[in-house]
Design a protein around this ligand. Sequence first.
Ligand SMILES: Cc1cc2nc3c(=O)[nH]c(=O)nc-3n(C[C@H](O)[C@H](O)[C@H](O)COP(=O)(O)OP(=O)(O)OC[C@H]3O[C@@H](n4cnc5c(N)ncnc54)[C@H](O)[C@@H]3O)c2cc1C
Length: 419
Amino acid sequence: MKQHYDLIVVGGGFAGTCAAIEAARGGADVLLVEKYNCLGGATANCLVMPFMRYWSVMPGTGEKKNLAGGLFLEIVEGLKTLDPKSTATLFDEEILKLLLNRMCLESGVKLLFDTTVVEVCREGNRITGLEALGKSKRLSLTADAFIDATGDAELSMLAGCECRVGRESDGLCQPMTLCFRMSNVDKDLFAQNRAMLNPLYKEFKEKGLIKNPREDVLLFGNFNKGVLHFNTTRVVKLDPTDPFAVTQAEIEAREQVFEIWRFLRENIPGFAESRVQSTALQIGIRESRKILGEYTLTVEDLKSLARFEDAIATANYDIDIHNPAGAGTSHYYFPDGDWYEIPYRCLIPKDMENLLVAGRCISSTHEAQASYRIMPYCAELGQAAGVAAAVAKRKGSSLRDVDVCEVRTLLRERGFAIS
Ligand SMILES: Cc1cc2nc3c(=O)[nH]c(=O)nc-3n(C[C@H](O)[C@H](O)[C@H](O)COP(=O)(O)OP(=O)(O)OC[C@H]3O[C@@H](n4cnc5c(N)ncnc54)[C@H](O)[C@@H]3O)c2cc1C
């Protein structure tokens, strides 16, 4: 197997997949390395869904302005073509996995699944290669440039780049959640009785009959008959970058799944015959490491709807913070028809020449990350990184010194709302 590439992207979530497709379409020879057996990242591995809101409703006209970029919309349209049940936000992750494979292969991306990057070779401020483990083989892979789309900034951490974990005051991250599905639910009967769900859940919590720290039951519809999707377990105060702490989180969350099932089965009409159909392969991590980049996006930037000369992305999903210490979820909503921008510098780890970061682990504070972390904006950040990688290759420049003007022009052509 060929071992040298123009670009290696590590992580096949929305950020990594979009980065790889965009760079390959732009003429780069791209390898995409993914730890599991498919693309999609958190939606595939952690059963995360649906897409949170990625548009702004323009005052006056009521027009829905897309803020997530062209490639994300292409994915939404591709999902609708393969599965007429798909909507702008609801989709089937099995169809998504198929679609993303096809889009990567059609763009010329070389895929490497079931392989984990475990070591980075670095000379000065450049990464020269990676060591990865796949099917008990150790692989040495080299490239001119790299994109860290691991969600947890694993590549940057392995390269010795400085990272932050959690909020500034105490290092706590947003809670971890093991998503799951329940089958055999009488959805009509439940719909008629839904209003009783959260008041009763709260009553059970007050009586100490439910230990899950989450304040209510968060559930979503599902295309399958009798199936509902739950995003409602909550594990707090454990470090998502420590394998023993994550193991503890997986154990706690699994207990919560069965606690909720029992509560629903015994108390809520529609659940009497229900079953736990499946739990995610891995507990979902909302927030972990974030790189220390050339610029750190802050909550003040978001609230002031900041504009940047090197903006490469826009976003306006609410600042959605699930309490890192217990019950409660706070929201800050942006005005209709407006958004903030994210500068290219947030993707460049301090001092690195040939490494970009895309997705939920770019350089920002805890509060700022709580807004752009959703799948559509991770896709947008990935596409931006992919455009930058293609431009850098074409012009023979480093990722750090890429012609940002040209990157921005290309992004506008791809439907980005940047100024
Ligand atoms: C419980 C939960 C609920 C959420 N709800 C929603 C929601 O309803 N809607 C929404 O839009 N967003 C939601 N989000 C946020 C969103 O899912 C994630 O922030 C987003 O998907 C992150 O995308 P990403 O591409 O940055 O990283 P990820 O999707 O995490 O992808 C990273 C990929 O890198 C791979 N990887 C990691 N390390 C290595 C390595 N060393 N070698 C090889 N591969 C590696 C991983 O296997 C993974 O596939 C939720 C998140 C969580 C945890």
